[in-house]
Design a protein around this ligand. Structure first.
Ligand SMILES: Nc1ncnc2c1ncn2[C@@H]1O[C@H](COP(=O)(O)OP(=O)(O)OP(=O)(O)O)[C@@H](O)[C@H]1O
Length: 245
């Protein structure tokens, strides 16, 4: 589960995130959308403990991020859009590294299964530097899934993936949520992620423009294209029932 309570992040004179509050339960998948600079990555990085919040409280998997950052790290996976892999390590060595750090029992067979799922099994001995962009993203997701985190944050994970890769990733997200994980997936491609999302968080200029369950949105309007029009039209969307602004 995730609780964001009045999160504020200021970089110098830039207010990147402004009093953002929302919460997600186990099994929920939240699409995080907004224009460039809306504050999506800043929110994810704050939740992952990679940057300090200026104000506000963050809880991840039942732990307060400020009081218990190590426990949060054990339970959370954050996959940025440009994953920081170890370029000299092979795909297989990445499994060894993550399996070792997170002390995952039987990480090798589980890792092999994940490599098969993401069509990386023939890249076992290949160094990360020699992987394509999409393959790097897939390897980062495999590493994230290997230790079965209860909270998964995916920042623009679809960029660089081919259509089968997108399908595999979205299906894998569904499966992990069904098994109890809480997932946030940021994307500019609302139409691509809307089917998998139980919730939607729309940010604009660092603020929450909309947060609510997608099934209520579906009742209000017929397609992701029309949500997108409303959300990106620089206007509030109070007309959507169930959401909070
Ligand atoms: N390290 C930083 N130092 C200063 N300002 C920053 C830093 N990181 C982000 N910002 C600013 O904070 C604001 C929010 O940026 P953020 O990266 O969170 O947006 P985003 O919604 O993820 O954008 P995009 O869709 O382009 O990835 C922007 O105005 C950005 O310029």
């Amino acid at each position: 589960m995730i609780v964001v309570d009045q999160l504020q992040k200021i970089y110098g004179d830039t207010l990147a995130v402004d009093r953002l509050s929302f919460s997600l339960q186990s099994g929920q998948i939240c699409g995080l959308v907004g224009k460039n600079g809306a504050g999506k990555t800043t929110t994810m990085r704050a939740l992952a403990g990679l940057i300090d919040a200026t104000e506000g409280r963050l809880q991840v998997a039942g732990c307060d991020l400020h009081q218990d950052p190590l426990q949060v790290r054990r339970q959370l996976a954050y996959v940025p859009d440009d994953p920081p892999l170890f370029n000299d390590l092979s795909v297989g060595q990445h499994l060894d590294l993550i399996g070792g750090i997170y002390q995952v029992p039987d990480y090798w067979p589980r890792g092999q299964e994940l490599l098969r799922e993401f069509e990386l099994e023939d890249k076992q001995a290949v160094a990360a530097r020699a992987l394509s962009r999409g393959m790097r993203q897939k390897l980062a997701v495999v590493c994230a899934y290997l230790y079965e985190p209860s909270v998964i944050l995916l920042d623009e994970p679809l960029t660089g993936l081919d259509p089968p890769g997108i399908r595999t990733l979205l299906e894998s997200i569904r499966q992990r949520a069904a098994a109890g994980a809480t997932v946030i997936i940021s994307s500019h491609l609302l139409a691509m992620i809307e089917n998998v999302c139980t919730h939607l968080l729309v940010m604009q200029h660092g603020r929450k423009q909309f947060f609510g369950p997608t099934d209520q949105l579906r009742g209000e309007t017929d397609s992701a294209a029309s949500w997108e029009q409303a959300f990106f039209a620089d206007q509030h969307v109070e007309s959507f029932a169930g959401g909070s602004v």
